[in-house]
Design a protein around this ligand. Structure first.
Ligand code: HEM
Ligand SMILES: *[C@@H]1O[C@H](CO)[C@@H](O)[C@H](O)[C@H]1NC(C)=O
Length: 341
């Protein structure tokens, strides 16, 4: 039998579209990177992408900061307790008598937002396809959708992650990067998750959207390290505005400044332009200019938005696959805030 028989030109188009998707999903895990495929839920929950797109759109319309918040929520989920499970929706679990969650860990408490948005997407998904789609997959898709809807890049999200059964508050406290620790330390935390120094430079570009509270950077504005002067790594042109948002008193601690003042809600390469001009907001942001490897990347991204977009997409796909639970591990939660009983 000739191979020609099976060439596209000899098969009517309608027949191609009617072929059952025999090899389109690997429910038991498998797939090229050890777990599911992009269309893992194609048959079990065909409207999943549409539900996520619509619900994220509604959430951003109600609160334009929400795109940033969803992206950060995904990051803070994936980065914690990777030996047990990285991206596992552990951050979504509420505290109970049996389980101390991650929501009240220092990097998360009164800072991470978007839990209600994930709850409502999950509720809509459960209506359409009960006990089918994991909370962690919903979170990964919502973060991607938030970036796309903010003008940022699309990246393929492999699906089939399963929800964790535990959370680890101590790990959330110690493993998430701090804005006042050196780049060396932050890089070490990324390497511990299988990422590298390039991922630090690329993923920090997420700070092109969203806000930071004054207490995370105010030490740079008035009396940096006891010098009686602002941080010399911060260009003085940025000072008047930041000092007015964050007056030198504790009552300003929770006031908000955009991480990228130039384009607050736009996912672009403005973050890198700021760093080149020494107007990065967090000390850890500006520190990317203090290392030759990361500074070269910052300069490249500041000049080439497409390079940033494509590298960000690659690093996000990598981040979303950190320590995922697959196959029979974990579970499909019914509600994202608690494990099934
Ligand atoms: C590299 C080390 C990082 C450090 C030290 C860091 C630190 C911070 C801090 C201190 C804030 C402000 C929180 C607040 O004031 O409540 C923040 C916000 C944010 N971070 Fe990061 N971050 C890092 C990496 C990342 C990564 C990898 C992502 C995502 C891929 C990310 C996404 C965000 C977003 C989107 C916001 C704004 C959230 C909002 O407005 O709700 N960050 N980050
Ligand atoms: C950075 O890491 C070193 C070595 O692990 C540690 O001793 C130091 O306390 C860390 N610095 C900060 C500011 O966290």
């Amino acid at each position: 039998m000739s191979h020609k028989l099976f060439s596209f030109s000899t098969i009517p188009l309608f027949f191609i579209f009617c072929l059952p998707p025999l090899v389109s999903s690997f429910p038991s895990g498998g797939g090229r990177f050890g777990f599911g495929t992009y269309d893992f839920y194609a048959r079990s929950c065909p409207y999943l992408p549409m539900i996520v797109t619509n619900d994220v759109q509604t959430a951003i319309r109600n609160d334009n900061r929400m795109a940033a918040s969803l992206l950060r929520l995904h990051f803070h989920d994936c980065f914690v307790n990777v030996i047990v499970a990285g991206c596992d929706a552990s951050i979504l679990l509420d505290d109970t008598d049996e389980l101390e969650g991650e929501k009240n860990a220092l990097p998360n408490r009164n800072s991470v937002r978007g839990y209600e948005v994930i709850d409502s997407i999950k509720a809509d998904v459960e209506k359409a396809c009960p006990s089918t789609v994991s909370c962690v997959d919903i979170l990964a898709l919502a973060a991607r959708e938030a970036v796309v809807q903010s003008g940022g890049p699309f990246w393929p999200v492999q699906l089939g992650r399963r929800d964790g059964l535990t959370a680890n508050k101590a790990a959330a406290n110690s493993e998430l990067p701090s804005p006042i620790e050196p780049l060396k330390n932050i890089t070490a935390k990324f390497i511990a998750k299988g990422l590298d120094i390039k991922d630090v430079a690329v993923l920090s570009g997420a700070h092109t959207v969203g806000f930071a509270q004054c207490f995370t950077f105010k030490h740079r504005l008035f009396n940096y390290k006891g010098t009686g002067r602002p941080d010399p790594a911060l260009d003085s042109s940025a000072l008047p505005n930041l000092q007015s948002i964050c007056p030198n008193q504790d009552s300003s601690n929770t006031n908000l400044s955009p991480l990228d003042t130039a384009s607050v809600y736009r996912f672009d390469n403005g973050y890198y332009t700021n760093l080149v001009q020494s107007t990065g907001l967090l000390e850890s942001d500006q520190a990317l200019m203090g290392d030759s490897t990361t500074a070269a990347l910052v300069r490249a991204y500041s000049m080439n938005p497409y390079l940033f977009s494509s590298d960000f997409a690659v690093s996000m796909a990598k981040m979303g696959n950190i320590g995922v639970l697959t196959g029979q591990d974990g579970e499909i939660r019914k509600v994202c805030r608690s494990v099934n009983n």
